[in-house]
Design a protein around this ligand. Structure first.
Ligand code: RIB
Ligand code: CA
Length: 328
């Protein structure tokens, strides 16, 4: 997918790597960000909208140039808001930089005006057959949208989800990745719907990291957006150093999904297979069960399967991301 301009609806829980994904979309010459919905996850849905609006403002996307931002689900289909990922993304979700960003000049839309589901449904009519959904938080808004308008699936060009772990350990739980863990029932509804889904799991995202050298480069860039990313990444790298990897480098989960959606990273192994999400209450709740048995004998797409699972990509994405953020 290259050259044409792709209209994108972004569904996010604006934490640090979500901010990188937002920056990628804003800077990419082949993406047109037409709306953002926020969801519980790294932070509460209203806080995610506040972060998004401030970041958009920082990138010059306010006033006449604004992108609509709507608050979505505050809690999963089953249970309550987890309280957020403070240890990973900081109290404000974006590594403590929120207060230093310019205040948003508009409030987000809410259920009193247009919530994220209404926004998505409206955009699906405006861009029927073309709209790409990039979902980089829990999938609660998508699940609500599928119920509110079951015809939605027919107007969506593709759904790219950062989430899951096919053949590698989870992160939020031993077998579950955070976005799926925070709403397994919504994730199951998303992968079971008859729209084309591309799942970008930890198998791939943990292979694309940004280290201290790149972080410093961003922190010293001319672009205010890149500098804010460099600053917030300090918190993210601290977490990865102390808890995840033992070195100052962090996974580019959400921005990598943006790049894959836009066809900017080559897929080396990405079969369409049947996927189910474990919605039981056992130790593997929230795990993504990808049926890869066929791949031993006949690697490739399974007839009738609608979920492409990205298991391996070409390396080098961190360079593209850094250049895009510097250009903002
Ligand atoms: O597991 C990684 C995902 O969880 C990313 O979307 C990150 O922002 C966190 O929410
Ligand atoms: Ca996210």
């Amino acid at each position: 997918m290259t050259e044409t301009l792709h209209p994108v609806y972004l569904d996010c829980d604006t934490g640090i790597d979500d901010a990188l994904a937002l920056g990628h979309l804003l800077a990419s010459p082949i993406a047109e960000l037409v709306g953002v919905g926020t969801v519980h996850g790294n932070i509460d849905a209203a806080g995610a909208a506040e972060n998004t609006l401030r970041l958009l403002n920082l990138a010059g996307r306010s006033g006449d140039n604004a992108v609509p931002v709507a608050v979505g689900a505050g809690k999963p289909l089953v249970g309550e808001f987890s309280g957020g990922a403070v240890a990973v993304h900081g109290d404000d979700g974006i590594g403590g930089v929120r207060a230093s960003l310019p205040e948003a000049d508009a409030a987000p839309d809410t259920e009193d005006t247009e919530d994220s589901v209404d926004l998505l449904v409206r955009l699906s009519h405006e861009y029927a057959g073309e709209l790409q959904i990039l979902a980089i938080g829990p999938l609660t808004n998508l699940a609500h949208a599928l119920v509110r308008d079951p015809t939605l699936v027919d107007r969506i060009a593709g759904v790219t989800v950062m989430g899951g772990a096919a053949l590698v350990p989870g992160n939020a739980r031993p077998a579950a990745e955070a976005n799926i863990w925070h709403d397994p029932e919504a994730a199951q509804a998303t992968v079971a719907a008859s729209w084309p889904v591309t799942l970008v799991p930890l198998d791939t995202t943990m292979e694309h990291t940004l280290d201290e050298t790149y972080r410093r480069r961003l922190a010293e860039a001319a672009s205010p957006y890149a500098r804010a990313c460099g600053e917030m990444l300090d918190v993210y790298l601290n977490f990865y150093e102390t808890v995840v990897l033992g070195r100052r480098a962090a996974a580019l989960h959400d921005p990598l999904a943006a790049a894959i959606m836009l066809g900017e990273v080559a897929l080396l192994d990405a079969p369409r297979v049947h996927v189910e999400v474990d919605c039981t209450d056992g130790p593997s709740r929230g795990s993504t069960v990808c049926d890869l048995r066929s791949q031993r004998k006949a690697p490739g797409d399974v007839p009738g399967a609608t979920v492409r699972v990205v298991l391996e990509t070409a390396p080098g994405y961190v360079d593209l991301l850094t250049e895009l953020l510097e250009s903002l």
